[in-house]
Design a protein around this ligand. Structure first.
Ligand code: HEC
Ligand code: HEC
Length: 281
């Protein structure tokens, strides 16, 4: 029989048979003893409502079997089945890894249109339950992704603050500038700092640049986040920033966004990031 060729299977089966035989023999012996014998020996001190206990040693057979079982369990865990032999779980893991690798290489050079389409379907399944099918955040239950990653998202952040991405500087406080000044700073960031290099309001860039001193203390003069102390704003509006959020998750002011680490692949991060950044302006 082919499944007996596996030494681990054969040994386990042998073990099971031995245990079964021992159980029957020992149980039989004690049942017989209970019928025939009258107990004897030295009584222990304790007595519970007239029920006493004899000072008998632990049966040697019992001690030896528990020792043997412990040795066998250690062998089984360390050298036997899980590490060396075939397992269904192992095969499933290998299949999944192979499939994922195929998926990643198939879409490695996907163009923007493909990524957007893939991202939309991911969004509808994974993100829409919280962000809504229109991505507007379902009346404040989650971040409005039509704004996020664009100038309105920056204005929103400056007015309402932000937390939960676990930067060394911690939270960004709310109300640092009024909405008008925030709008100017947002256009400066999008025009000059973000890789997007484009703004809806080019006329505000100059005044926004002057106001950026409020931000430079944490985000740095160049807005690049002072080597990881605060977010790098040159990434604001790019899929790199979106992927970071997906990877970390965010326990913020609005609520809790779960991490998608291990649930979505790098290509899927890229796709869903491309999609959400394509819907706003
Ligand atoms: C006290 C330090 C500090 C100052 C000052 C500050 N920020 Fe921030 N900023 C942070 C930190 C920390 C985060 C990350 C917050 C988080 O974990 O969500 C952040 C995040 C952001 C984000 C990303 C928000 C998101 O959606 O994840 C933007 C955009 C931003 N800041 C813009 C600004 C602008 C514009 C100013 C100036 C008006 C400014 N910040 C001033 C510390 C600061
Ligand atoms: C369980 C609900 C939930 C799910 C599912 C969810 N989000 Fe979120 N998301 C939130 C909440 C709540 C926030 C606001 C966090 C905060 O308070 O800043 C948020 C914030 C965000 C932000 C803004 C982060 C920032 O730095 O301000 C992005 C981008 C985002 N989500 C993208 C996604 C994408 C893409 C998906 C699907 C792959 C997704 N979310 C799935 C609840 C969710």
């Amino acid at each position: 029989m082919s499944w007996l060729d596996d030494s681990v299977n054969a040994l386990s089966l042998l073990g099971a048979v031995v245990i079964l035989i021992l159980t029957v023999l020992i149980a039989g012996k004690y049942i017989k003893q209970m019928r025939d014998d009258t107990a004897s020996g030295e009584l222990a001190e304790e007595n519970w409502d007239g029920i006493g206990e004899y000072k008998n040693d632990v049966p040697i057979g019992w001690s030896l079997s528990i020792l043997a079982l412990m040795i066998w369990a250690a062998w089984y865990m360390l050298a036997g089945y899980p590490v060396n032999a075939y397992s269904q779980l192992g095969e499933w893991n290998e299949d999944t890894q192979a499939h994922n690798a195929k998926f990643e290489s198939k879409w490695a050079n996907a163009d923007e249109e493909t990524l957007t389409a893939m991202g939309e379907s991911i969004f509808l399944v994974q993100c829409a339950p919280c962000h809504g099918t229109t991505a507007e955040g379902m009346g404040g239950k989650a971040q409005n992704l039509v704004e996020w990653g664009h100038e309105d998202g920056i204005i929103n952040t400056v007015v309402n603050g932000s937390k939960g991405l676990n930067y060394p500087l911690g939270e960004m406080p709310a109300g640092m500038l009024d909405a008008e000044s925030a709008k100017a700073v947002a256009s400066y960031i999008m025009a000059e700092i973000s890789e997007k290099k484009s703004t809806k309001n080019p006329e505000l860039v100059e005044s926004g640049k002057a106001l950026f001193v409020t931000c430079a203390g944490c985000h740095g003069e160049d807005g690049m986040g002072m080597a990881g102390m605060a977010p790098d704003l040159s990434k604001y509006g790019t899929t790199a920033f979106a992927s970071e959020v997906l990877d970390k998750g965010k326990k913020g002011h609005i609520g809790m966004m779960p991490s998608f680490k291990g649930r979505l692949s790098n290509i899927q991060y890229e796709a869903v990031g491309t999609y959400i950044l394509s819907i706003g302006n």
